[in-house]
Ligand binder design. Structure first.
Ligand SMILES: Nc1ncnc2c1ncn2[C@@H]1O[C@H](COP(=O)(O)OP(=O)(O)OP(=O)(O)O)[C@@H](O)[C@H]1O
Length: 249
């Protein structure tokens, strides 16, 4: 029996900006039903990896595979249609719209551009409930704490019914309590089968939620493993965990 390929994989991905190698020969995987961490110091190449996986950045070499299919040349829109969704480090929300409308509009776009048929209001309510946003649904995004606005971004990404969800520093700006609730939401989403990839400087959160963690340093993958393996890796301690940077995490 042939082995089932990971839901998402990169193979030997290299990205260069002029003479600077931002990502250097990186191979990693993400599986359905799991939260995978992608960590490393500032400038290590995490966002560039997300951009390459979602199609915003063309790699100099290497492949991105979804279900084992090479999607390296597909546009971001085609990848989205195949089940990829992401959030950005900077909030990309409509500040003067309500939380509900910010989420609803993503479903509206999906209905207009795909053959998917669903009740938009029902689906919006379901996602708001799923992400714990029902209590602020009617408020303008500009009027809620930034930590909860980050969850609105996630809710919006969920409206496209993704199979892979890439989150770029989703907990930044969250209070401890918000992070606690958010972590529970992510665990629930993964339990439903979603593959989640988390770029996050909050190391305790990453260690608690992720089954596998990939560590980048200066563009190179220096370790991949369970939280325990990562915590004990001499390379990771030297490059990241042992540095002052990690003490801010
Ligand atoms: N569009 C670009 N043009 C030139 N260099 C870039 C570009 N985007 C990223 N870089 C460089 O590539 C390297 C990796 O950057 P990237 O933003 O992927 O790191 P990161 O791990 O996401 O960092 P952070 O934790 O600060 O978000 C850095 O040296 C960065 O300066």
């Amino acid at each position: 029996m042939p082995e089932t390929p990971p839901l998402l994989a990169t193979q030997g991905v290299t990205v260069r900006f002029g003479g600077n190698t931002a990502v250097d020969d990186v191979s990693l995987t993400m599986d359905e039903g799991r939260i995978t961490g992608l960590i490393g110091p500032n400038g290590a190449g995490k966002t560039t990896m997300f951009n390459t996986i979602t199609g915003l950045q063309r790699p100099a070499s290497g492949q991105v595979l979804l279900d084992g299919d090479d999607i390296t040349r597909l546009s971001p829109a085609k990848r989205a249609r195949r089940g990829m969704a992401r959030t950005f480090q900077r909030l990309e929300l409509f500040l003067s719209l309500s939380v509900r409308d910010n989420v609803r509009v993503a479903g509206d776009v999906l209905r207009a551009t795909s053959r998917k048929r669903f009740d938009l209001d029902e689906e919006t309510d379901r996602i708001l409930e799923r992400t714990g946003l029902t209590d602020v649904a009617g408020r303008d995004v500009s009027d809620i704490p930034i930590g909860r606005a980050r969850v609105v971004e996630v809710a919006r990404a969920l409206m496209t019914s993704p199979r892979v969800l890439l989150l770029d520093e989703p907990a930044s700006g969250q209070t401890e309590r918000e992070t606690e609730a958010f972590a529970e939401t992510l665990t629930g989403l993964a339990a439903d089968g979603l593959a989640i990839c988390l770029v996050e400087h909050d190391l305790p959160m990453v260690m608690r939620l992720c089954s596998t963690i990939h560590v980048l340093d200066y563009g190179a993958l220096i370790a991949s493993g369970t939280p325990r393996e990562i915590k004990e890796s001499p390379e990771v301690i030297a490059a990241y965990i042992g540095t002052e940077e990690a003490s801010h995490a």
